[in-house]
Design a protein around this ligand. Structure first.
Ligand code: 8DG
Ligand code: MG
Ligand code: MG
Length: 142
């Protein structure tokens, strides 16, 4: 007890919703490499979930978002990674502050590019936490 230096991390992922679609990108990061996922990142010390979602969406896509709200949380033990990863992931939902704004790929070392996909027509393979959520019947649309 207490000898395991590994600890679960907190991830925040954002459903940026536009009509029936969500913004998805192919990951180039080591965790979940080549799988499709939402914009998002690690919760920083002192941040609210809303602040983290807003910051990560801006850093990764250039988009400004509003109406940021909590939707669900998942516990993800990623065993297929080179070193096992454990994330508690907070899923937030938001909409574009300016519906005309176009996503940019601002971290091309981490993402192949951002595209809008309808929820019933998501690209494959999804990042495992998103796949699990999708398979559970969850929808980010109310
Ligand atoms: P940062 O250094 O900018 O803080 O982090 P990042 O490089 O942007 O982190 P990330 O891997 O994109 O996100 C952090 C973790 O959040 C990720 O490793 C696992 C968890 N996570 C999920 N589902 C999703 C998802 O759909 N998208 C993103 N981006 N992260 C997710 O469990
Ligand atoms: Mg990030
Ligand atoms: Mg990220």
């Amino acid at each position: 007890m207490g000898s395991d230096l590994r600890a679960p991390k907190v991830g925040v992922a954002a459903f940026v919703v536009r009509e029936k679609s969500v913004l998805i990108g192919k990951r180039l990061s080591s965790t979940g490499n080549s799988t499709y996922a939402l914009p998002g990142g690690h919760l920083e010390f002192g941040e609210t979930w809303e602040e983290c979602a807003t910051r990560e969406v801006k850093e990764e896509t250039g988009l400004d978002v509003k109406k940021i709200e909590f939707v669900t949380v998942t516990n993800n033990i990623l065993k297929s990674e080179t070193t096992p990863k454990h994330y508690v992931t907070i899923f937030m939902r938001c909409v574009l502050a300016d519906p005309q704004q176009i996503p940019q790929n601002l971290e091309p070392d981490k993402c192949a590019g951002w595209e809008w996909y309808e929820w019933e027509n998501l690209p494959k393979p999804l990042f495992q936490p998103l796949e699990t959520l999708f398979e559970s019947g969850f929808t980010p649309f109310t």
